[in-house]
Structures are given as structure tokens and as C-alpha cells.
Write a protein that binds this ligand. Structure first.
Ligand SMILES: *[C@@H]1O[C@H](CO)[C@@H](O)[C@H](O)[C@H]1NC(C)=O
Length: 413
């Protein structure tokens, strides 16, 4: 039985490989820096963002930078718009380090269009100093992850599972995670083999993943993947055991600017991710179904708070600590009501994303043998960033539209 499944798995993987040959087995083409809004590295992404937002900064406090790792990698948090906002958009990139290729690209692209005067007219009006909308751009929330091609941060924590309340920390301490039972089935055999990564892992892990998917079911795998875990600090999807420095930075920023935000009545958080769903197509996952009304025309809008109905959002029922809790889990002091939407751009098939995550994580914690760590870092980058014009064009267009719909939405506050 096992051998048959492995064999079938290998065949499927080979077919997937032909289909997605660009990103398969890490025969990746190099990432070459260019003038476009997308970037290959943390430094490039940061420079582009800072250059793009500078024309809109009015006050010395409008952009602040916070070191968050031992080596001083920084998050930039910047404000543009109304002098007294009642509607606020918080637009976030790089919550998952390596996923910042898309989010940072969206932010830089949109700001560049705004300075060229090619952005939406109505939207440009709403963010004038004497109007009522402001935007906080959180640029590269997980700079360590972006710099080193990781989804996790400098403490190996998944920042999109870390925004937990005191009560939730207590609960996770007891349980080890809301899906510990599911996660444990995959832990050592598939997710986190505690040994160096070798080249053959790059093609053996895929049939292995298929094998365990067949044994335990695709829903179990999905639940284990998206829910994360509290008990294994070296394992993938670790929630951490306390609030991370990146969120202290966000807290410091909002507390520093509490006067500016004191009249806010409605906040919309937009957090840009990649890695789930069909290549270039975005799924909106808001914190409630009502939020979908703000984003007409979205290919998919599916709240994972209630019963999820689509494939991408399925399995999120047990998930805690996402950026939807930015305002409730952190003492930001932003008044009024708030909403959240995760904009998730698809890249390569999910099983290949898991494969890339497993390999990069093994290489990070246990090193490699006979193959460089960069090979697996590039593999991870390619799983979250599809470097071709068609994909980038979709990300730019839909990224800008969702940001503008958020602006229009909160302008009524
Ligand atoms: C905010 O931060 C800036 C820069 O660090 C500082 O000069 C200013 O005093 C701070 N303002 C408040 C209200 O904390």
C-alpha cells in the first residue's frame, strides 16, 4: 500500500512539475533587481518603499522606523492622508517575511502611481489633508523573514498566529495548540524531520506529503497547517510564546501618534499575503462576511470566522492570533470600530508550498548536507513569489483595487 501511494505520488508530482516547471525542484531563474515595484531583497524593498512614500510625508513623525531583530533590521511605519482622520486604513506587508515580495510591491506600486497622478481620482481626494481618510503603511512587518527568505521571524514565530490575548496564551499553554492532535501526526515524519536537509528531500518530501495526505486526509493536513502549533519552537507554524517585537513596534507607533488617531471612527486593516489559491488570483478572507460588501468584484471573498465555504478559506476554523486581532490584542488605542481583510494571492499548488516550507525550515534549524541553504531559501521564495509579468500584473492591479476600496469604505466614517 505504502509503495503504491509513493509511486502514484511520484507520478502526480512529475505531472505537477511539468505544469509548474518554472518553480519545480528549484530550477529557479535568478531574481534580478529592476526599477519595477517588486523587489528581490529586503534592502531593495525597503529602499523602494521609502522612496515612494517620501513625497507624501508632511510631519517629521509621519514615518518612523523600529529595529526588531538583534542585527537591527527595521520596520518602517508611515502615515499619509488626513490631518484628522475619521476613517483609517492600515495596510500591511510582509507579516510572513518572504510573502513581502507581493505586499511590498503593492505598496510601492500604489504610492508611485499616486505621485504620478495616475491613481484613482476619487481616492486621491479622500486622502487630502483636509479630508477624512488616513493610511498607515506597515512596511515589512517581519524584516528578518524578508531578509533571510523565511516565512517566520527572528524567533521562528509565525506572526500571523501570534496576536493572542492573555486568555488565549493560557489556553494554548495547556493544549499545545488548537490542532495539536492533527499537527502531531505530521510533525516528525513530514513537517519537521530533526536532521539536515539533503538534496533528495527536495523531491522526496512531495510524495511523502501526498502519502500522509492520503493516510490522514487533506482536511487534517490543511487544519494542521493553518492552525499552527504552540509546542514545538523549531517546528513550522509555531505561534511563539509571547507577543513578538514586530508588534511592540506597531504598538509604539500608534501610541506615539495617539493624538492623530483620536477621532477615528472606522478602521480597515488590509494584510497582504501569498501562497494559497490559484496563481495570481486573490482570495479575500475578512473577519466577517459583512466586510465583503466593501470589496465588490473580488474573485473570492470568504470569511473564515464563520463556516468557510471555499477551498482556500477552509480549515481556518481553529485559527487564532491572526492580524485581524491587531487592534484587540494590542493596546494600540485606536478608537471606533474595526474590520480586517487578509488578501491572499495564489502562487503554486499548496502541497508545493508546504514542501518548500518544510525544506527551508529543516535547513534553517539543522543545516544542509551536500546542498546549500540558499537552494532551499530560493525554493521558498519561489513558492511565495511567482516572478513573471502576468502574476505581478495581477498582484499590482488587485492589490491597488483592494487598497482603494478600503479607502472608499472608511471614507464614509
Ligand atoms: C513620537 O516619536 C518621535 C520620534 O521618536 C518623538 O520625537 C516624539 O516626541 C514622540 N511623540 C510622542 C507623543 O510620543
Amino acid at each position: 500500500m505504502g509503495v503504491t501511494v509513493y509511486f502514484l505520488g511520484a507520478v502526480i508530482v512529475a505531472l505537477l512539475g511539468v505544469w509548474q516547471s518554472e518553480s519545480f525542484l528549484y530550477t529557479s531563474h535568478e531574481c534580478v533587481a529592476n526599477d519595477g515595484p517588486f523587489s528581490c531583497t529586503y534592502e531593495e524593498a525597503r529602499d523602494k518603499f521609502r522612496a515612494a512614500i517620501t513625497p507624501f510625508l508632511r510631519d517629521a513623525n509621519d514615518m518612523q522606523s523600529y529595529p526588531v531583530s538583534d542585527e537591527g533590521l527595521e520596520i518602517d511605519i508611515a502615515y499619509i492622508g488626513s490631518k484628522a482622520p475619521t476613517g483609517l486604513v492600515i495596510h500591511m506587508s510582509g507579516t510572513h517575511g518572504v510573502e513581502a515580495h507581493a505586499g511590498a510591491g503593492v505598496q510601492t506600486d500604489w504610492l508611485r502611481k499616486l505621485s504620478e497622478g495616475t491613481g484613482g481620482k476619487e481616492v486621491t481626494e479622500f486622502i487630502q489633508p483636509d479630508r477624512n481618510v488616513g493610511i498607515v503603511f506597515v512596511s515589512l512587518l517581519n524584516p528578518y523573514g524578508m531578509k533571510y527568505g523565511r516565512r517566520f521571524n527572528e524567533n521562528s514565530v509565525d506572526l500571523n498566529r501570534n496576536l493572542l490575548t492573555d486568555k488565549q496564551w493560557e489556553s494554548l499553554k495547556k493544549s499545545g495548540g488548537n490542532a495539536k492532535k492533527e499537527y502531531e501526526q505530521f510533525d516528525v515524519p513530514l513537517f519537521n524531520p530533526p536532521r539536515p536537509a539533503v538534496w533528495s528531500d527536495s523531491w522526496l518530501t512531495l510524495p511523502k506529503a501526498l502519502y500522509y495526505t492520503v493516510i490522514y486526509g487533506v482536511n487534517t493536513l490543511k487544519t494542521a497547517v493553518v492552525t499552527g502549533q504552540y509546542y514545538n519552537p523549531k517546528g513550522i507554524f509555531y505561534t511563539g510564546d509571547k507577543i513578538q517585537p514586530s508588534y511592540q513596534a506597531v504598538t509604539d507607533y500608534f501610541q506615539n501618534r495617539s493624538e492623530l488617531f483620536s477621532n477615528v471612527r472606522t478602521t480597515m486593516i488590509v494584510d497582504v499575503h501569498t501562497g494559497l489559491g490559484p496563481a495570481g488570483i486573490d482570495t479575500l478572507m475578512p473577519d466577517s462576511d459583512a466586510v465583503c460588501n466593501y470589496f465588490p468584484g473580488a474573485p473570492v471573498c470568504d470569511s473564515h470566522a464563520s463556516e468557510a465555504t471555499t477551498e482556500v478559506a477552509a480549515g481556518y476554523e481553529l485559527v487564532w492570533g491572526t492580524t485581524s486581532k491587531l487592534i484587540t490584542a494590542l493596546p494600540l488605542g485606536i478608537p471606533g470600530s474595526h474590520m480586517h481583510v487578509c488578501q491572499e494571492f495564489g502562487t503554486v499548488p499548496g502541497i508545493m508550498v508546504v514542501n518548500a516550507l518544510v525544506l527551508e525550515n529543516m535547513a534553517y534549524h539543522y543545516g544542509t548536507s551536500g546542498v546549500s541553504r540558499e537552494t532551499f531559501q530560493q525554493g521558498l521564495r519561489d513558492a511565495f513569489y511567482v516572478r513573471n509579468d502576468a502574476w505581478e500584473e495581477l498582484v499590482r492591479a488587485r492589490g491597488a483595487l483592494v487598497l482603494e476600496q478600503a479607502i472608499v469604505g472608511v471614507s464614509k466614517a
